[in-house]
Design a protein around this ligand. Sequence first.
Ligand code: AKB
Length: 315
Amino acid sequence: MKKRILIIGASGQIGTDLTIQLRAKFGNHKVIATDIRDDDGTLGKDGPFEVLDAMDYKAIEDVVIRYEITDVYLLAAMLSATAEKFPMRAWNLNMNSLFNVLNLAKEKKIKKVFWPSSIAVFGPTTPSTNTPQKTVMEPSTVYGISKQAGERWCEYYFNKYGVDVRSIRYPGLISYKTLPGGGTTDYAVDIYHKALKHGKYICFLSEKTTLPMMYIDDAIRATLSIMEAPKESIKVRSSYNLAGISFSPEEIAESVKKQVLNFEISYAPDFRQEIADSWPQSIDDSDAQKDWGWKNNTTLEGMTLIMLENLKEYI
Ligand code: AKB
């Protein structure tokens, strides 16, 4: 059967880059981009775009039938910082959207599901360096609780109903095509914008807060790899640990200073510091390496060069 892909939440940080790359790979008209907001001109010009609410089962089912969808990538979610402000809205969105897609797969209306988890599934009691795939998981954030519950449900739907759902625990992602929204790791994108615009940045995390991060191209490559891997090689049906580069605000600022000579950073930690402090500093992703050949490519210095070069056009 021919592959037809539905992306829910396509206009966000991951969705934008993922739609572009899936269209390059499978053809523009095979990839249906959808989002709760109307297209801003980025994704609708090259292929189908529809307004779609991830909470509306009937509306998703209608798109699935109309376009004969085989694979769904569910990217709609409320991220960590915003979820602390709207706990019930975050829980409802993050869980109901997942049930909608898992149930479509259970009813055999679609074949394969991608759902992103996050390093937020870990909590203050998790070993914070080289965090193993299987370890203590007591998340202390609304977002982390929803991702951990989501992982349990993914595994349950695989075991009980044979749903082919695949998932990655993304670290903080850094990209230039779109801004992230409402995350704790967003400072690592904002710093590049402010460095080019104002030559200085006030960071909402303290200088030594090391977190796992990844350049978007690596994250998209990981997503395509896990979705392409033979079914038998996917041994983890909750979600895979994925490691990229770990760094602190102080270290990313040093890499920016090498390119933007008078760049200055200062620190004013806010409520996001507590969220960041509950997350690991580095991740052990040996299961992803072993099961579907994952390997990170981009270094901090390399990412800084790419970000500053490309953002010049936008600023
Ligand atoms: C966030 O900061 O909420 C996200 C994440 C780590 O999942 N970027």
